[in-house]
Design a protein around this ligand. Sequence first.
Ligand SMILES: [Zn+2]
Length: 170
Amino acid sequence: MSIKDTGSDHFKHMQEALEMATRHAEFLAIDEALKDQDSNNDVISECDLYVTVEPCVMCASALRQLRIRRVFFGCANDRFGGCGSVLWINQGPGPDPEYKCYPGFYREEAIMLLRKFYVQENEKAPVPHTKKVRELKYNIETMSYKHYVQSLEEFIQVYGKENKEIYINS
Ligand SMILES: [Zn+2]
């Protein structure tokens, strides 16, 4: 599908929206990794991805198709997460190999980063905000590592033996 630039604002905005939809951090990282590879996607299978938020379902699928090795993320994506929070795109039946996904790296920092971003006023919002002040919350709810990591052995391999209580108590 291609959209020709007709010069109208409508098409310009549509084009921008389409670009934004695929301009997730994962896609930027993939573009960067493939930049000097002469469109050889094999390099991705030797890559681990480190990302602030769990990949969304779209990115999780792209990563699987490109055969990413592993993904490490900060906080879960409760609304769109494709690595266990909403759907399991990284594992389960499919034509492409599964990949492992590990949550919780700098999780508090990731959560606070997102909260700080979302309490800002959106200046581009079409309808002015009601003067409701958005409050920055500081409480961090616990996360179940058992939901994402299948066994204590696997958890220890990735997070270290000294952290095993985190798994056991989650
Ligand atoms: Zn995404």
